[in-house]
Ligand binder design. Structure first.
Ligand code: SAH
Ligand code: SF4
Ligand code: F3S
Length: 471
């Protein structure tokens, strides 16, 4: 038995949703002709994938998309709560919508996602942002057609937040932005409750899509010409928990790897505590799975890791890394690091530096600790001044820079298959793509090559990318 409610919108719910999609389409066409929506996604790839589903619904209502807020009839922000600066940016941008609403009273303003799932934030929007029409928590997106319809036909502004977002909603339309690359969510929510992190509170309990639904979506993407699929979950290594037949992430990778065609599979994020040797063996064996592990360390100090509730030690992490390096030749490792966790000492920070030097990451995502109210760490004493933490962060970046550059330089002279996925940034006539190990590569080529694998010889390393030439 599933531990949560599985909602496949294929029966009455889907019918009801369809009904409102059709009603909305008629209403919008009559009022606006071609309605325009400006949709912006903050935060992680999981949010980006949700946004593609929200846009899928909007597209079925007849909306076309624009980046020009002046022309938009609907402005929707899918928000992120992971750090304070993410929230500040959203509040800033929502504040700026007040004027627009005054000038254009028919403008619809919708706030979705993680931020709105926090009671205090929902309250603040209620009180201080009266011009926001709809608030829709993460996991309630399938209700958007009805909620929009109700609002447009004279209903009050509404707040729809799900207590534990207990749903897995299938059979939803998707409007993708990624061209030959696609996000593919395999699970939602998180059960880990790392002590600094808001995600489990705003995203609800961990729940997986069935392997059949994932494989079906992968097949559809491949039929559409997608050649680079990134599987998404907060902790993909615990995929399948609670599902019938106890499928595993390794098994899912194997199944997707066996689909026909030339394509790549990437995935994130791997939690070290659930990263098994079986999974590493599977990555090594599967030719379409990229040789890249994003394995967030967060801290190199065992005391801090314990306080973070990460449930691994630095030694266990290193053992895993050593096994992965032995088993997967050419493996690239990347990580997330938090600097300045409450009570972290200078010595403990130095242990993190030691780990960074020992592991040799290709690149790092580094964050200054941000207090999230409601989390356990928010109650902890936090004596180190912000300025000191910022100094530590700069020091850490200075340690990582030559390490990353070394990894990049080691690629010079290699010839690699690269999926050309867009125009390059380094100049006219350049294309870009990513290596199997997730490093950006730029090379000269005609835009017609976008969407194809080409062989590229790496000629130069920069700290943010590789440069190469087609052969
Ligand atoms: N599920 C993923 C991470 C999702 S959040 C994992 O466990 O690895 C992405 C990153 O944001 C985290 O890895 C962490 O480094 C950072 N992060 C999360 N909460 C934070 C906070 N309160 N302050 C600073 N960084 C935080
Ligand atoms: Fe947050 Fe930890 Fe869950 Fe990642 S595993 S989303 S850091 S609680
Ligand atoms: Fe942010 Fe929510 Fe993702 S808090 S990082 S958008 S899961």
């Amino acid at each position: 038995m599933d531990r949560y409610q599985r909602m496949e919108l294929d029966f009455e719910h889907l019918e009801e949703q369809q009904e409102y999609l059709v009603r909305m389409k008629g209403l919008l066409a009559a009022r606006l002709g071609v309605p325009l929506a400006a949709v912006h996604s903050y935060g992680c790839q999981g949010n980006a994938a949700d946004t593609e589903r929200i846009k899928g619904l909007l597209a079925q209502m007849g909306y076309r998309f624009t980046d020009d807020l002046d022309r938009a009839d609907l402005i929707l922000y899918n928000t992120c709560a992971v750090r304070e600066n993410a929230e500040d940016r959203v509040f800033g941008n929502v504040g700026a919508l007040k004027k627009r609403k005054e000038q254009k009273p028919d403008l619809l303003i919708v706030l979705c996602g993680c931020m709105t799932q926090q009671p205090a934030v929902a309250e603040k929007i209620k009180k201080s942002y009266p011009y926001v029409d709809l608030v829709l928590g993460a996991g309630a997106y399938h209700l958007l057609p009805k909620l929009l319809y109700d609002r447009l036909t004279g209903g009050k502004r509404s707040f729809t937040l799900l207590d534990e977002s207990p749903l897995v909603v299938e059979n939803q339309p998707v409007s993708r932005d990624g061209g030959c690359k696609a996000w593919l969510p395999i699970m939602y929510g998180c059960d880990n409750f790392c002590s600094y992190c808001i995600v489990p509170y705003v995203r609800g309990r961990e729940r997986s899509r069935t392997p059949a639904h994932v494989a079906e979506e992968a097949r559809r993407l491949l039929d559409e010409g997608v050649k680079d699929i990134t599987l998404l979950g907060q902790n993909v290594n615990s995929y399948g928990k609670g599902l019938e037949g106890a499928p595993t992430f390794a098994g899912l990778l194997e199944e997707l790897n066996s689909l026909p065609g030339e394509f790549r599979i990437r995935f994130m994020t791997s939690h070290p505590k659930d990263c098994t040797r079986e999974l590493i063996d599977t990555i090594a064996r599967c030719d379409k799975v990229c040789k890249h592990l994003h394995l967030p360390l967060q801290s190199g100090s065992n005391r801090v890791l314990r306080e973070m509730n990460r449930r691994y030690t630095a030694e266990q992490y290193l053992e895993l890394v050593d096994y992965a390096r032995e088993t997967i030749p050419g493996l690239s490792l990347t990580s997330d690091i938090i600097v300045g966790f409450p009570g972290e000492t200078r010595e403990e920070f130095e242990e993190t530096l030691g780990m960074i030097e020992r592991v040799g990451y290709t690149s790092l995502f580094t964050f200054l600790y941000s207090r999230r109210s409601g989390t356990r760490a928010a109650q902890m004493e936090d004596p180190v001044p912000q300025e000191e933490k910022s100094r530590w962060l700069r020091e850490l970046l200075a340690v990582q820079e030559p390490i990353g550059m070394g990894v990049h330089q080691a690629q010079v002279g290699e010839t690699l298959p690269i999926l050309a996925d867009g125009l390059g940034k380094t100049g006219e006539g350049m294309l870009c793509g990513r290596t199997d190990t997730n490093i950006i590569v730029e090379f000269p080529g005609s835009p017609q090559l976008i969407g194809q694998f080409v062989m590229v010889r790496i000629t130069q390393a920069r700290n943010w990318a590789l440069l190469g030439e087609r052969i």
